[in-house]
Design a protein around this ligand. Structure first.
Ligand code: PMP
Length: 425
């Protein structure tokens, strides 16, 4: 399969593992590969399997809808799309909210940038250093994480702001309050040199950047400064939405002094593997476009049916609460396991979104080789995790399906502890 893959697909579709994995089956928090080996899944395919693998309710919704009508168009009324939009509008907390569905997070952010630049009549965007928002022409242009940007030919004028990364950079040594004040001063300074930016786009917890987040309240403090010039805030909830962070349904709620953002984007897990993304904004912003539609496939019935069933399951079973109840102890368990390891700089995160930052022992230098080795070692012991980070891929990323049990958390933590002791000890 690897040879065939290489012969027809782009080289830049980078695969995990020296011996790449072909997953063919899944159930709950486990997947099986083509050779019949079973793995505990601590990454959910980068959070796309949000609740559980092969969730029966989602499978039933998909096959039921597929048997009735497989169709995609925004020209006709679409009941599952309206129903899901109603649910999401209410959950968003955005007043008079409108929802537009896309097929990916990239397209959702693309649309958010289109809305913000049109609404504000400005092509200036503020984005966070180390951020990731997608790889289309516009989203690449606001992605601060250079390691993930294939081009710098930007259609937007982007200015990068400090604050998304707590543990590195010029303000890392400051306490939370001073850190926030320094980042706000940096933002003020930037705003003094530009015309009138359209928006600030930010991930409440940076995903690809290695599950790192600013002190709670930073984006509320930013917002007060942005409001002076009418600059919008776009919260990219592609990784942080739907209860993943445990304490909050949306990641922005950790900053929520001033209420919901102007625009929220989402994708990944809400379809539990089906391609669903979207943008939420109040009507005034959403309706500023003079357009017929943007997407033919966004909101297709079968993906909407899957997302509705998945959302029902998530809410009915309080999986946000589960992320908190299982994720909190897992974070502490991993912190304890890593406390004496010289190759681990930090174990951080919230809910079921946990990052482990690896460094060359005795230094502050990122250690991408160690991160790659831990990934391989964990896989050999039957555990799938992810990696990410800043300019170096030196953070391990843990983001299991939100239904993870305490026993599975312990099983995965024990494997990680063994592997980390060997590689980072
Ligand atoms: N925003 C964030 C925060 C992401 O993590 C990603 C994907 N890693 C995207 C946007 C892009 O989403 P997609 O891959 O579905 O286009």
């Amino acid at each position: 399969m690897l040879g065939r893959h290489r012969a027809v697909l782009p080289d830049w579709l980078a695969l995990y593992y020296d011996d790449p994995l072909e997953i063919v089956e899944g159930e709950g928090r486990r997947v099986r590969d083509a050779q019949g080996r079973e793995y505990l899944d601590f990454f959910g395919g980068i959070l796309t399997t949000m609740t559980a693998h092969a969730l029966p309710e989602v499978a039933k919704a998909v096959t039921g809808q597929a048997g009735r009508l497989l169709h995609s168009s925004t020209l006709y009324l679409n009941r599952p799309m309206v129903e899901l939009a109603e649910r999401i509008a209410e959950l968003s907390g955005i007043p008079d909210a409108r929802v537009f569905f896309t097929t990916s997070g990239t397209e959702a952010n693309d649309t958010a940038l289109l809305l913000a630049t049109t609404y504000r009549r400005s092509n200036q965007i503020l984005a966070m250093r180390n951020s990731y928002h997608g790889r289309s022409f516009s989203t690449v242009s606001v992605t601060g994480n250079r390691g993930w940007s294939p081009t710098s030919l930007s259609p937007l004028q982007t200015l990068y702001v400090h604050g998304g990364v707590r543990h590195r950079g010029p303000y890392a040594h400051l306490d939370d309050e001073a850190f926030t004040a320094a980042c706000v001063a940096d933002l003020r300074d930037l705003l003094g040199h530009v015309r009138a930016p359209a928006a600030l786009i930010a991930e409440p917890v940076q995903g690809v950047g290695g599950f790192t987040s600013p002190p709670d309240g930073l984006y509320a403090a930013f917002r007060e400064v942005l409001a002076e010039q009418g600059v919008l805030w776009i919260a990219d909830e592609v990784q942080t939405g739907w209860g993943r962070t445990g304490d909050h349904f949306w990641g922005w709620q950790a900053h929520d002094r001033n209420g919901p953002p102007d625009i929220v984007t989402f994708a990944k897990g809400i379809g539990n593997g089906m391609s669903v993304g979207g943008v939420i904004a109040r009507a005034e912003i959403m309706n500023c476009l003079d357009a017929n539609s943007i997407s033919t496939f966004g909101g297709t019935q079968v993906t909407m049916a899957a997302a509705l069933a998945n959302l029902d399951h998530l809410l009915r079973n309080d999986l946000q609460g589960n992320a908190r109840r299982v994720g909190g102890p897992l974070l502490e368990r991993l912190r304890t396991a890593c406390s004496a390891l010289p190759g681990v700089r930090e174990v951080r995160g919230r809910g079921l979104m946990i990052g482990i930052e690896l460094v060359r022992p005795g230094t502050d230098l990122a250690d991408p080789e160690a991160a790659a080795a831990v990934l391989e070692g964990a896989r050999e012991e039957g555990l799938l995790i992810g990696k990410g980070g800043g300019h170096d891929t030196s953070a391990l990323r843990i983001a299991p399906p939100l239904s993870l049990t305490a026993a599975e958390a312990e099983e995965g933590a024990a494997i990680l502890e063994r592997v980390l002791r060997r590689i980072a000890g």
